[in-house]
Design a protein around this ligand. Structure first.
Ligand code: BTN
Length: 264
């Protein structure tokens, strides 16, 4: 698999010789954090055929069966303060959508903040994690991407079956995981050039974000509030007007959202 991925990358791609392939791993994000803490360079790529402890946002798990998906993490070392990277998850979602589109012709939408969706079902998700130096500058960022590729509806665990989809279900074609991974790596590497210019990246996120204009529920712990998503601010926060007229920007660390009538 690793050699096939490399064969689809341009020979001089800067990440070409920093790719690690694992048959089974707990979580590519967790292992990437360990490697980054031990000095692995910018552009180190970890890919697994199977994860036993795939993680999602807000402590959720990401179902990662063998041979069915793309489970990928990249170590980035942008030289900036953490506050300059508030849009990193949004930028990564757009880069993942670019890679999927270039490889398969299908462009997923994005459900704020980090879900890739097709026809209002979840195709995959993004998990970004930052580590800071003592001076509040970024030491490293891990961008993790999970994409369902070859599952049939019955392959998903029952609790997510009605809201999950795969590339194969959506396109009726068997996806070539190595080709999609290579295209995502190319898009991610391109994104890094503009990473400190959110004004370039966020308009693209807004264009892909299916949440804008939707009636939504904002869930914070036990509390559920209803409103309408208006826009995304320059830090990737969701601007919501609630049913009492109150307007607020919610940030992804605190809340999750649901469509008024289901997942998206
Ligand atoms: C989410 O759905 O909230 C995000 C899912 C992110 C899953 C990917 S798979 C590769 C990387 N390793 C992990 O443990 N998680 C991310």
């Amino acid at each position: 698999m690793k050699t096939r991925i490399q064969s689809y990358l341009p020979g001089d791609h800067p990440w070409q010789n920093h790719i690690y392939w694992f048959e089974t791993i707990d979580s590519t994000n967790t292992r990437a954090k360990e490697m980054a803490a031990n000095g692995a360079p910018h552009g180190t790529v970890l890919i697994a055929d199977r994860q036993t402890g795939g993680r999602g946002r807000m402590g959720r798990s990401f179902h990662s069966p063998a041979g069915c998906g793309i489970y990928l993490s990249v170590i980035l070392r942008p030289e900036c303060a953490a506050e300059k990277l508030m849009h990193l998850t949004c930028a990564t979602a757009v880069a993942a959508a670019d890679g999927i589109e270039n490889a398969s012709g299908l462009r997923p939408g994005i459900k704020w903040t980090n879900d890739l969706v097709v026809e209002r079902k979840k195709l995959g998700g993004i998990l970004t994690e930052l580590s800071l130096k003592s001076n509040a500058m970024v030491d490293y960022a891990i961008v993790g991407i999970g994409i369902n590729c070859t599952q049939d509806a019955g392959d998903f665990p029952e609790d997510i079956r009605s809201i999950a989809t795969s590339l194969q279900l959506s396109t009726q074609k068997k996806p070539d995981r190595a080709f999609i991974i290579a295209n995502i790596l190319i898009s991610l590497c391109d994104m890094c050039k503009d990473l400190q210019s959110p004004s370039k990246l966020l308009p693209r996120y807004r264009a892909d974000c299916i949440t804008i204009g939707q009636e939504i529920s904002v869930v914070r712990g036990e509390e559920i509030r209803h409103g309408k998503a208006l826009d995304i601010d320059d830090a990737g926060g969701l601007i919501v007007v609630f049913s009492d007229g109150h307007r607020e920007t919610v940030s992804s660390g605190e809340v999750s959202i649901r469509g008024m009538y289901g997942y998206a």
